[in-house]
Design a protein. Structure first.
Lengths: 129, 450
């Protein structure tokens, strides 16, 4: 680099330093903070509900197995049948009753829930999804 | 509320200890978002690998003999434990004893640089990952000049996703700014927002937005050439707005509560168009008039579906449009008998003048009567199977009969012609059309939001 170019560079650096002292930060390219509105909406939390007490043992108890048909009436049915096989082989004193809900996954089945509460001790409720 | 958690809770509330089982995807959602905003009961779950439905018995046998995807212990041990292990203190908690503080969202975000705020909007999943206009108070105030409605008016409580989020006029204006809207778009956007959020399902849903009446011209919407493409401000912005308001007000977040397996590219713009009312053949009514609105009403109609098939080329006289539309509809699910056919004005004229369909309804009735598919194909669709087979078991017709027929028997699944909608749109450049499975909701009067 020749002397002429070196001097030019030094002058340029000096000029920039003076500008940095005199001008506000925004004019030098530093970003200012801005305030914007929040697009999100607070969700309402669900009311907490406790579980019902558990059983001491399943021996001698009746377990309802319910396929709620999400995935179709065959979606999870075999899965429950295989669970029935397991109980028969491993906990033969457990009585299992396998049912499908009356409606589809979107609907409730209060008649079945009532039957379970009157005749069952526990429930396994599942889906093919 | 997740179907399995809702049913388990119903039985638990009657005092019966219950364990819920599902694939790991559903269980993760149920334990997190569903519990927090919807169910509130700490249901005990045992999770299987996904998928369950569609697997042979041998796989289900392996699942039962295998590990619980949540705890890693044997599935049946986990089930027995879930029914017999005493409750923890957390599982006994009632609302007064255990509720977390109610969620709040401040009206303004903390001040930051524009660059950082842009990152924040993306990190929060409030955008479609294309650039947005940041919603300063000044911009939102200007947007609110486009409607007479007060900023704090609640126009829609979002229940599609749990959380009962109350969508106000101001939140609509914020999303409108983000989408790049003009204030005069506000009545249309508010009407659209009453139907937010868009469809969200594991099945990868899509939507359409159809605008009728004078508002089309007021906003300069495109109902002609390239109406469905990226060639018009109002069409583009209104469609994008539906995406942004669905994500912000609907709180859609990937793999948290938005779990569409493949997703849908149509969610970027939701097939937003105006009907070409000026080019309707004589006797063919605009969509909103078919729905019972007056011609001078401005109306937006939003539909939900999945699929969108193009005719590709021009109509052939030896096999006219209605026949090819019939063939294409065979490949759609016929869920709710729903279909929306978009036809170019030239196709509409051919259908009327050459093929004799004097009204849109005549075409819909012909399609309802002539689209046939096999019983096996109909029930082979998972959405149809999940929603309609239970009705068949209850003896409801025609599903009960269709369930009993042989697999090769032909049925007419689009059994409600009024659910087959015809919309005229396009620039008379080519005699083309699109067949879709969008089911249209009742229209919303835009004029009510001026």
């Amino acid at each position: 680099m020749n002397l002429k170019r070196l001097n030019a560079k030094l002058l340029q650096a000096l000029f920039c330093s003076v500008l940095a002292i005199l001008l506000p930060a925004s004019a030098m390219g530093a970003e200012e903070n801005i305030t914007v509105m929040n697009p999100a909406i607070a969700g309402k939390l669900a009311k907490r509900v406790p579980l019902s007490p558990r059983l001491d043992t399943l021996q001698g108890k009746t377990i309802y197995m319910v396929d709620n048909q999400w995935g179709g009436p065959e979606g999870a049915y075999q899965l429950f049948e295989e669970m029935q096989v397991w109980f028969a082989e491993n906990m033969p004193s457990v009585k299992t009753i396998l049912r499908r809900t009356e409606g589809n996954m979107f609907t409730d089945d209060p008649a079945l829930w009532k039957e379970i509460s009157e005749k069952g001790d526990a429930a396994i409720i599942g889906t093919g999804q | 509320m997740s179907a399995v958690s809702r049913h388990a809770r119903s039985v638990e509330e009657l005092g019966v200890p219950t364990v819920a089982t599902a694939g790991i995807n559903i269980v993760n959602y149920a334990l997190d978002y569903d519990f927090k905003y919807s169910n509130g009961m700490p249901i005990r779950y045992v999770a299987f690998p996904f998928p369950i439905a569609g697997q042979p018995r041998s796989v289900h046998k392996e699942y039962v003999a295998g590990k619980d995807q949540l705890t890693g212990q044997p599935v049946m041990t986990a089930i027995v434990d879930a029914l017999t292990t005493p409750l923890t203190d957390k599982e006994k908690m009632t609302d007064t004893a255990s509720s977390a503080q109610a969620e709040t969202e401040p009206r303004f975000l903390a001040p930051d640089t524009e660059e950082n705020l842009r990152h924040l909007f993306k990190d929060k999943e409030w955008t479609d990952y294309n650039p947005i206009i940041l919603p300063t108070e000044e911009r939102v105030s200007e947007m609110l000049t486009g409607t007479s409605h007060k900023p704090d008016e609640v126009i829609n409580t979002i229940r599609f996703m749990p959380g009962n989020r109350e969508l106000t006029v101001e939140k609509v204006a914020i999303a409108a700014v983000m989408a790049g809207a003009k204030p005069e778009y506000m009545p249309l956007l508010l009407a659209i927002a009453t139907r937010a959020p868009f469809g969200n399902s594991t099945t990868s849903m899509a939507n359409t937005i159809i605008v009728n009446g004078p508002i089309r011209k007021e906003l300069g919407m495109n109902s002609g050439t390239n109406a469905m493409g990226p060639y018009n401000d109002a069409n583009s912005v209104a469609g994008r707005f539906f995406t942004l308001i669905s994500k912000t007000a609907g709180d859609y977040r990937n793999n948290v509560n938005a779990w569409e397996s493949l997703g849908s590219n149509l969610q970027y713009n939701s097939v937003t168009i105006a009907e070409n009312e000026e080019k309707l053949p004589e006797g063919w009514e605009p969509l909103h008039v078919q729905m019972g609105f007056k011609p001078e009403d401005s109306v937006v109609t939003i539909g939900t579906g999945w699929s969108y098939i193009s005719s590709l080329g021009e109509t052939q006289p030896a096999y006219p449009a209605h026949m090819l539309i019939r063939d294409y509809l065979r490949s759609l699910s016929a869920y709710g008998s729903g279909a929306t056919i978009y036809v170019d004005p030239t196709t509409a004229s051919l259908l009327k003048d050459v093929n004799g369909f004097e009204t849109k309804l005549k075409l819909s009735e012909w399609l309802s009567e002539n689209v046939e598919k096999t019983v096996a194909s109909y029930w082979g669709n998972g959405v149809i199977m999940t929603s309609n087979m239970a009705m068949a078991f209850q003896g409801l017709e025609p599903y009960a009969s269709w369930q009993k027929m042989s697999r090769d028997a032909l049925i007419k699944p689009f059994n409600n012609p009024k659910a087959i909608n015809v919309v005229v749109v396009g620039g008379s450049i080519q005699t083309t059309w699109f067949a879709t499975d969008f089911r249209l909701n009742p229209g919303v009067r835009v004029d009510d939001w001026r």
